[in-house]
Design a protein around this ligand. Structure first.
Ligand code: SF4
Ligand code: SF4
Length: 413
């Protein structure tokens, strides 16, 4: 949870439009707290800058007052991910270390991108579930097939109704051929539909994907929410290298050519190369300084008409991998500025949100120091995040759908 809180904070400061998290009340609360932290940090930076000698504008990616204004007007939305059936995003690895050969060189441990696998002693250890996001790399390298994937369904019924007001959007992960399961989930989401502002459908490639997405659109009609088609090219692979982005580009090409009503967003293999490729291909909406904002041109556009460009990019494993080392460096500096993470009576870490803090008492905040230490590290973290988030917005007219999204594993931390 503390990791989700910090990731949400840094990406909110970087200008992300949407944070995609697991359908878990504590995870949503942690992300909400991270967004609230972003506001606190922006305000304190603003106060610090007003007392500073010299120009802060050259030091920070944005002047602090610009950060504060943007966050005040446009906080990132929180999106909750659900699955209609088995999906690699909704699984965790598991194994019994007692069944590992004593001479195994433990390739599972070294390949895990989140250090989720530990062996405290011979014959002991395993996967730390909260760190595993189900990428499956350990499963592929185990020489004796000792690791299995344990799937789970993220069900709307498991999400407390009183926490629903913290959710802005929902993403449904589906696969071609699961129309019946999708319909059942869509039906069960009925109580959510009046409260959320956006729905996204995420689907990996398949020869019949266009027909399937058309059928889903028909099934959701009449849809009164903006709709995103998320092309999940090569799930959870963006941190593996430059080439992983091609699968989502190929899939996006197919969906764009189908002229489906709604916006198209890339996912699954997205990384720092994705925006460059989109620019090369001319698939990003170019800004025309003489034209009015799209929102004025199409005031009633809920994304129900086809849009012949890529409107957004969702970053998952790459966004997380990029930021983790920087977050570790930053933590000691941030802690005095932000509320301590609350602990339950049993010592377990809890999430909280400013609006619900009465349910989860927060210890009195310490008086923060006048200046934020580690400013260079904070700037580096925001800058890294902005390279991802800002790339798709440069040279575009920004609409609610022209979004960068970060997702931290539906199976989550
Ligand atoms: S994050 Fe990936 S490599 Fe690590 S334990 Fe989970 S499935 Fe295995
Ligand atoms: S690779 Fe397989 S056998 Fe080897 S340590 Fe990991 S889980 Fe055990």
């Amino acid at each position: 949870m503390p990791t989700i809180r910090r990731l949400a904070m840094v990406y909110a400061l970087a200008g992300v439009d949407c944070v995609d998290v697991a359908a878990d009340v504590a995870v949503v609360a942690a992300a909400r707290q991270g967004v609230a932290d972003a506001m606190i940090v922006a305000k304190r930076l603003e106060a610090q800058a007003s007392r500073a000698v010299g120009s802060w504008d050259s030091l920070l990616p944005q002047p602090p007052h610009a950060l504060t204004h943007r966050l005040k007007d446009d906080l990132p939305w929180l999106m909750v991910s659900l699955n209609d059936s088995a999906d690699p995003h909704f699984r965790k690895a598991f194994f019994d270390a007692a069944h590992c050969p004593p001479d195994c060189p433990r390739p599972c441990e070294s390949i895990c991108p989140t250090d989720a696998i530990h062996f405290p002693d011979h014959g002991q250890g395993g996967v730390v579930p909260r760190l595993c996001y189900g990428c499956g790399r350990c499963i592929a390298v185990c020489p004796v097939d000792n690791i299995v994937a344990q799937a789970h369904l993220a069900r709307p019924e498991d999400f407390l109704p009183e926490a629903l007001n913290q959710v802005d959007a929902v993403e449904i992960h589906t696969h071609v051929g699961r129309q019946r399961e999708f319909a059942a989930l869509w039906q069960r989401l009925e109580p959510w539909r009046g409260q959320i502002k956006l729905v996204s459908v995420s689907c990996p490639d398949n020869p019949n994907i266009v027909e399937y997405l058309k059928a889903l659109h028909h099934l959701m009609a009449p849809l009164t929410l903006p709709l995103i088609w998320q092309t999940d090219g090569r799930p959870m692979s963006g941190d593996l290298g430059k080439g992983t982005t091609h699968a989502t580009l190929r899939l996006a090409q197919k969906v764009l050519a189908a002229d489906l009503p709604g916006y198209v967003q890339l996912a699954g293999g997205t990384n720092a190369h994705t925006v460059h490729k989109l620019r090369e291909l001319g698939w990003l909406k170019r800004a025309n300084p003489l034209s009015p904002p799209l929102a004025e041109l199409y005031p009633n556009d809920l994304g129900h008409t086809p849009h012949p460009w890529v409107a957004g990019i969702a970053y998952g494993s790459y966004a997380r991998t990029l930021m983790m080392p920087l977050l570790e460096t930053l933590e000691p500096y941030l802690e005095p500025w932000l509320q301590p993470w609350p602990q339950a009576a049993n010592g377990e870490t809890l999430g909280t949100h400013p609006s619900t803090s009465s349910q989860c008492p927060v210890p009195p905040a310490k008086e923060p120091p006048d200046r934020l230490g580690g400013l260079d590290d904070l700037v580096a973290a925001i800058d890294q995040a902005r390279h991802l988030v800002g790339g798709i917005k440069q040279g575009q007219e920004i609409t609610p759908s022209a979004m960068g999204k970060v997702a931290w594993g539906e199976s989550g931390f």
